[in-house]
Design a protein around this ligand. Structure first.
Ligand SMILES: Nc1ncnc2c1ncn2[C@@H]1O[C@H](COP(=O)(O)OP(=O)(O)OP(=O)(O)O)[C@@H](O)[C@H]1O
Length: 295
């Protein structure tokens, strides 16, 4: 299966949100990484065929997705950043409603809903109104609705926003299993969520895809630039001013272990660390605050 994005652009008045993007998505989990405003949401909406591109074409195994119409929607699942629901819907009512919209056969609906509620640990709240749920629960209801039709292509915009660390781990495991023989595209600010499960990543900056590859391929460009060392706690402020610190951890002996990005060692005693996707993200987007998984 091949979902081919060819020369897609999207112009909003004087803003080019997506700028001549070409990318071929194959089966597996794809991470879509980029700073705020990079164009990820716009690209995902175009992939969902709910937004028309200004130019370019998207095809699934050679067929134009827009022309496929319902045939595409039947095999496509989408979690938008904010999914709409009526305030009066309970979780169960809402999922039944979406299942009907997606033409899920009635005899399969209850089984499918119960399965997803169980996997996403929502069974206890299935009769509650969505409006009364916590942010993380609402997000999981959104994930459930995107998966109701057992999609061959699943696109999720920030699926892990609001999930706690345990929920994230369950989500990652579930998606890894689910992605077998399917295309799953995930955008997230929590880089470590993608790092664990993405077969490939696409990095987006100012509307363009600037890099594509496996995590280990991509991080090669910062090999030799990630350092770790320990510094006295009272000097932390000083080091913060002059180093690009990625991580810090207080130790017992008034020392702080730090991980920083630099072309050369900047602190005596520094040792090279194995680069991670989060390091690359900070290298490419130095102004961005990366939302980290709580450890
Ligand atoms: N409907 C619109 N009208 C005008 N400009 C828009 C519209 N939608 C998006 N944009 C602009 O296009 C650019 C890309 O936005 P987009 O939401 O696709 O980025 P993003 O990478 O998803 O960002 P975020 O991570 O913050 O959601 C931004 O500058 C945004 O302001």
């Amino acid at each position: 299966m091949e979902l081919k994005i060819e020369h897609i652009s999207k112009q909003f008045k004087d803003k080019t949100a997506v700028d001549d993007v070409s990318l071929t998505l194959t089966t597996g989990v794809w991470g879509l990484l980029g700073a705020n405003g990079a164009g990820k949401t716009t690209l995902m909406r175009i992939l969902a065929d709910i937004m028309t591109p200004s130019s370019g074409r998207i095809s699934l195994d050679g067929k134009d997705i827009h022309k496929m119409g319902a045939d595409y929607r039947n095999i496509f699942g989408f979690l938008p950043q904010d999914f709409g629901y009526s305030r009066d819907f309970t979780v169960k009512d809402y999922l039944e409603y979406v299942a009907a919209l997606k033409d899920v056969p009635l005899r399969e609906t209850t089984k499918k809903i119960n399965y997803l509620l169980d996997i996403l640990t929502l069974s206890d709240v299935k009769r509650k109104k969505i409006a009364q749920l916590s942010g993380g629960m609402k997000r999981r209801v959104g994930i459930a609705q995107a998966m109701l039709n057992d999609p061959k292509i699943l696109v999720m915009d920030e699926p892990t926003a609001g999930l706690d660390p345990g929920e994230r781990v369950r989500f990652r495991n579930f998606i890894s299993e689910f992605s077998h023989d399917r295309i799953v595209l995930i955008s997230t600010h929590i880089v470590s969520d993608i790092e664990y499960i993405a077969t490939r990543n696409a990095i987006m900056k100012a509307g363009k895809i600037i890099d594509v590859g496996t995590t280990s391929d991509l991080v090669k460009q910062i090999e030799g630039k990630v350092w770790s060392c320990a510094i006295p706690a009272h000097k932390m402020m000083d080091y913060e001013m002059r180093l690009r610190i990625i991580n810090q951890r207080g130790e017992d002996n008034n020392q702080i272990s730090i991980r920083y990005l630099a072309e050369h060692s900047e602190v005596e005693g520094s040792i090279l660390a194995e680069p991670r996707l989060e390091d690359l993200y900070l290298w490419l987007f130095p102004q961005e605050d990366v939302e980290r998984e709580e450890k």
